[in-house]
Design a protein. Structure first.
Lengths: 196, 148
């Protein structure tokens, strides 16, 4: 059972095998290599989420940058009550909401159009066929959703978080999560009907 | 393919998608994040003819780096307690050990190495174990070396 006494560095190890909890506690002890693995492992998801919540590349960059800086600062206090992934999403979602509030003070918000009032031909199938693809159509449909349902759908259907985890990330209840998911799905399915 | 199937496919496509913006940002994220300030208490050290204060995060990091070389143990948490005069009162090292490892010799080695790392970091020349109180707490054991 005894391992070599060379110690444990991340060099030469398959970092995919190191559990998040181990990386988190090493990064809490100022291990930058461990933090880099955390960033590589979770950064693409956090960026993908923030990008679709903020719909602006510069805001997304600021948000993700601030989220990871906050994570680095707070890792010594990370108690592991939730998974590292959920914790990172909670920090990012908080940054997203802060940026959205900041934006709302400087610009008029776009009102959410209720599902029954959505123009089903706004995503023109002809145009879609010419210049966009399924992902573009999804992104366009997501932009029409208000932040709550949009966030919930992304966290559930794309990032695979449970209802409880989404409630924790969003600071809400699981029943609200269910309602938001139902609303988001309804809207997105309707928009996908127009896409060919 | 109906709309629901298209939505499922779109979600799958998005799940497998990495934004180009992330690829461009990745290296900066780490560089900027690790420059962020971690709140930390000062710990008084010893410097001939002058005062020396070292951030407790630095003490913890140095001890952590030293203990990373010890086989069959993983550090869970290291905490520094200081007096009102910023002298180090106590260092607590919480660890997880590999199942089957004799714990008393392991704890003794952790304690000795931690005290030596503290002494080196703070510039303390006296035998450190006598001056520095290091408590070792074995919080858990695991058969899985990846969890250390």
């Amino acid at each position: 059972m005894r391992r070599e006494a060379a110690g444990r560095t991340l060099l030469g190890m398959d970092t995919d095998e190191i559990p998040d909890e181990v990386l988190a506690r090493r990064a809490a002890l100022l291990d930058r290599a461990a933090f880099r693995v955390i960033v590589d492992r979770h950064g693409p998801s956090l960026y993908r989420y923030a990008r679709r919540m903020l719909d602006d590349p510069q805001d997304t960059e600021d948000c993700v940058q601030e989220a990871f800086a906050a994570a680095w600062t707070s890792l010594p206090q990370f108690a592991g009550r939730s998974s590292l992934r959920t914790w990172l999403f909670a920090i990012t979602a908080h940054k997203v909401r802060s940026l959205q509030r900041r934006r709302a003070r400087t610009a008029l918000p776009l009102p959410f159009v209720p599902v029954e009032e959505v123009d089903r031909h706004a995503i023109d199938p002809e145009r879609s066929a010419e210049g966009t693809d399924l992902l573009d159509a999804l992104n366009a449909a997501l932009r029409e959703l208000p932040p709550g349902p949009r966030s919930t759908w992304l966290l559930r259907e794309v990032e695979g978080l449970s209802y409880d985890q989404i409630a924790e990330v969003s600071g809400t209840t699981t029943s609200t999560v269910r309602g938001q998911l139902h609303r988001a799905r309804g809207h997105l399915i309707q928009r996908m009907e127009a896409w060919r | 393919m109906n709309a629901e199937q298209r939505l499922t496919q779109a979600a799958r496509t998005l799940r497998e998608h990495t934004d180009s913006g992330w690829v461009a940002l990745r290296d900066d994220v780490v560089a900027v994040a690790v420059r962020a300030f971690r709140p930390s208490a000062p710990v008084r050290g010893s410097l001939p003819g002058a005062e020396l204060f070292v951030a407790s995060t630095v003490v913890v990091a140095r001890v952590g780096a030293t203990l990373a070389a010890v086989p069959d143990v993983g550090v869970l948490r290291i905490t520094c307690t200081t007096t009102a005069d910023d002298d180090l009162d106590r260092l607590t090292v919480e660890v997880i050990a590999l199942y089957g490892t004799p714990l008393v010799p392991l704890a003794d080695e952790v304690r000795r190495l931690a005290a030596a790392a503290v002494a080196e970091t703070l510039g303390l020349t006296d035998p450190p174990v006598d001056r520095i109180r290091v408590d070792v707490s074995v919080q858990d054991v695991t058969p899985d070396p990846r969890l250390l």
